[in-house]
Design a protein around this ligand. Sequence first.
Ligand code: BMA
Length: 375
Amino acid sequence: MNIRTLAQAILISALSAASMSCNGNGKAAAANDASKPLTAADMLRARLDSIAAAGKVAFGHHDDPVYGHTWCGDENRSDVLESSGDYPAVMDWDLGGLELNDTVNLDKVSFNRIRKEVVAQNARGGFNTFSWHTRNPVNLGTSWEAGDTTIVSKIMNDPEITQRYRDNVKALAAFFNSLVDESGNKIPVVFRPWHEHSGDWFWWGSRQCTPEQYKFLWHEMRKVMDAEGVDNVLWAYSPDRVRSVEQYMERYPGDEYVDILGSDVYHFNGQEGLEQYNTDAVRSLGIAADEAQKRNKILAFTETGSEGIPMESWWTDVLLPILGRYPVSYIVVWRNAHDNPRHYYVPFKGHPAEASFVEFRNNESTLFAKDMKQF
Ligand code: BMA
């Protein structure tokens, strides 16, 4: 029921073949120029293409191996491992705090530990994705301090603030450049800056800045990353739920800036909110899928989940059918907080949704860490 059709797989593989040979597409396509050596990012792009073409979806979890529902800071642990028998295929992380030169991120995870886990995840065949809940460079307000609607305008128009923004991005560039495996090769990652911007809860949201200002954040960021030699990043665009393709594309920075089209859609209110979640997830992912197909981009479900997982069969009855509709290459569910007993998105050992999660893992379409060796 959850296997994508052969026709769909053939189409996707034809599209990815076309994208590999296309070189009329600015920076994104420069990577496919035969005269240039393949970068680490190119390798990850090819892996994601082949995952989707095979009708599979890589499963990811935020902050997975560094803390869980009842533990924090242990080594070799993971709620996903303990309940499903394997690590996730995707480890998701957040870089918020790097712009302050902090040693730990906004959820107190040390950047050195993140780096170590990125290396470990790469070695086990999985991959890593990043978001950035950054403070603003004007007055250091958190990402959620969204009352001031002049922040992005100042980043764009006040030279001193523009420079602070560039410096913050430089700190990220240094971090990405520091991600190398044991042989010294750069490790490819996905970066998903300025996420959920169709909402209005972050200072870069839809009520907080104009489309032109929003796009400036992307364009300026990319200039700095390129100047710093960052070539191990795939770029993901991920609005929150949208009602239309116009809304999805309104703030799109351009094909040359984006490799992955995604969407963040959460399931609120369990059974009662089920219809709403289905409608929103199907609509938003469907729009992202259409645009991804048109533009030869990768499709991902960049954030989702049902806090506390009140529906026991959520993984098999709710999530799998949604994933089965589109060629989603990977999916990320949010974190299992150690300091908030209700804030978790993956069943820990003994949780009522554990059986459904195990079934989800055993479904032939889902990939966890050990399954990644084939891709
Ligand atoms: C939110 C919550 C917060 C957390 C933030 C950034 O969704 O999980 O507790 O600080 O993400 O990770």
